[in-house]
Design a protein around this ligand. Structure first.
Ligand code: SF4
Length: 122
């Protein structure tokens, strides 16, 4: 269960060394993740106001941290307001967001066409 960000101290993680630890986008590249274009989104929100109104405000936007593929990004729009951008094409199907989202607002469904990560050496 997540605590509100106001009750926690930020953790400074060391930068990836490129030997044993890697940045998120390099890890997504290694996963050979592929989703067909123009398919219905397999990641949706029950309520589009929750990511900014609750998750960012109270929990400092945990979806931008717990997703191992960097699918969720808070970006600034014209008026300097935050907005959640979902880069669903990078999803590696771990389903962390389906479990860890504090208000269970994220809906993960199986993508069409059998897309997703492909680890040929496993
Ligand atoms: S299932 Fe959710 S947490 Fe896991 S990679 Fe996909 S979007 Fe990220």
């Amino acid at each position: 269960m997540l605590k509100p960000a106001s009750l926690c101290k930020p953790i400074e993680y060391p930068k990836p060394d490129g030997k044993l630890t890697f940045d998120r986008l390099s890890s997504v590249f290694i996963s050979n993740t592929n989703h067909e274009e123009n398919q219905p989104a397999h990641l949706t929100l029950k309520d589009a106001t929750v990511p900014v109104g609750i998750n960012l405000k109270t929990y400092a936007g945990p979806e931008a941290r717990f997703c191992p593929a960097g699918v969720y990004e808070f970006v600034k729009v014209d008026s300097d307001e935050d907005r959640l951008q979902i880069n669903a094409q990078n999803c590696v199907h771990c389903k962390t967001c389906d479990i860890k989202d504090p208000t269970q607002n994220i809906v993960w469904v199986t993508p069409e066409g059998g897309g997703g990560p492909n680890y040929p050496n496993m």
